[in-house]
Design a protein around this ligand. Structure first.
Ligand SMILES: C[S@@+](CC[C@H](N)C(=O)[O-])C[C@H]1O[C@@H](n2cnc3c(N)ncnc32)[C@H](O)[C@@H]1O
Length: 399
């Protein structure tokens, strides 16, 4: 390993030390935050401890330290000699092979030196494609040595992968807006249009992110018949759920709340692009101040790890004369639950959510008691992290 950081730290690499039981959860979280060094394997230490190597140069923010503290009882940051860590062996597939070959050829032609293994490991094996733009993972081409190739490298990556624009990912910023950290490498315009389930989502990849993980919920919503319904989406983002409600579920009208100005700009453009602008009002700002009241047949609460901050607002948004549906998202920890009892545990979570909502509704409408909130079903959207399930409780509220 010849990069500057390795020399500066005397060939030591910063790692996170946790117990073996915590490894899976911490590893998934580090990957999600683009902090895990994927050139090296996790290393077993004495006792029941392991170390997870961190990317060169990375420092944990205050928020990240707090998140990590929630995932494990105690962790330590330690410096481990690089030579004691085992490097990963990469298996190239048919898609990444041409990229590796052409980059290695360019490197040798430009520098006169064959590409070293540590640099070859920084050529990506996967990427995301939106339109004519490729977004590379955070750990690709990080070494100083790549700078010698200049823009020729980015032109080569684009032409090999059949794109015109190139960008590179970094960790999502911990700022409550889910702001991505994306750098444009080639091309000026960072807006892309992503086609998903027959809907066009347009957004600036340096300002907003697209969540492919919610596709099952988007499809489920698309199968609803909301032709007679008014919907409130408290956490609209770039319109992940607003657009399926309007386009496939044929909602009569959607009120969309969102406080990230970049997401609002993207949502408004997508509403126009999909020709449904006149069927949606966008409320820019904190939904605690701006969400509409007493009009909804259905309220979507798509906030993780919990949508609890929106429960009162959602109850207030429901029609006071006949109630409606609340789709409550949440992450649930199933660490101690055996596989055979998982579904029952999910249902129990949904019922607890419904009882709390019933309490809120009855307190809110103290003049008219007798509100009932029933959990009709719980949907498992995805495994968010090991032992953490992203669930949605469909709660029917009646009066
Ligand atoms: C997890 S994203 C949800 C996007 C979409 N529903 C999904 O599941 O992919 C949450 C969105 O809610 C917005 N948000 C969070 N708290 C908010 C608040 N109090 N008022 C308005 N928007 C909020 C964030 O900016 C973000 O775009």
């Amino acid at each position: 390993m010849e990069d500057k950081e390795a020399k500066a730290t005397g060939q030591l690499l910063q790692c996170i030390e946790v117990t073996t039981a915590e490894t899976q959860a911490v590893k998934a979280w580090l990957k999600q935050q683009a902090l895990l060094h994927d050139e090296y394997k996790v290393k077993k230490m004495n006792g029941n401890l392991v170390v997870l190597p961190l990317c060169n140069n990375c420092t944990l923010s205050q928020c990240q330290m707090l998140d990590l503290n929630k995932l494990c009882l105690s962790y330590r940051t330690v410096l481990i000699p690089m030579r004691s860590l085992q490097a990963r062996k990469y298996k190239l597939d048919k898609i990444s092979q041409p990229l590796h070959q052409s980059v290695a050829d360019l490197y040798e032609k430009s520098t006169g030196i064959p590409l070293a293994a540590n640099l070859a490991a920084q050529i990506p094996n996967h990427w995301i494609k939106h339109d004519d733009m490729i977004v590379l993972p955070a750990n690709s081409f990080t070494a100083q040595e790549w700078l010698a190739l200049g823009d020729e490298l980015w032109h080569l990556v684009c032409s090999t992968l059949g794109a015109k624009r190139l960008a590179k990912n970094s960790a999502i910023l911990n700022d409550n807006h889910r702001t991505p950290n994306v750098e444009m490498l080639l091309g000026d315009c960072s807006w892309v249009t992503h086609m998903d389930n027959g809907i066009k989502y347009t957004f600036d990849i340096t300002k907003c992110m697209f969540s492919p993980g919610n596709i099952t919920e988007k499809i489920r919503i698309s199968n609803f018949d909301c032709s007679e319904e008014i919907i409130v989406d408290l956490y609209a983002g770039i319109g992940y759920f607003v657009l399926p409600y309007l386009i496939h579920a044929k909602a009569k009208f959607v009120h969309a709340c969102e406080w990230n100005p970049h997401a609002v700009e993207a949502l408004e453009k997508s509403l126009i692009l999909n020709k449904v602008r006149e069927k949606c009002t966008v409320y820019f700002g904190d939904n605690r101040q701006h969400a509409p009241k007493f009009i909804a047949d259905r309220v979507n609460l798509g906030l993780l790890p919990t949508s609890r901050p929106g429960w009162h607002i959602a109850c207030a948004a429901l029609r006071p004369d006949r109630g409606g549906w609340l789709h409550v998202h949440g992450n649930v920890n199933t660490y101690k639950v055996v596989q055979s009892e998982r579904k029952q545990f999910w249902q129990q979570w949904g019922e607890e959510v419904a009882s709390e909502l019933e309490l809120i509704l009855n307190q809110m409408h103290s003049d008219k008691s007798g509100w009932k909130a029933t959990c009709k079903s719980v949907t498992h959207v995805k495994r968010y992290a090991p032992h953490i399930d992203h669930l949605i409780a469909d709660v029917h509220c009646t009066v």
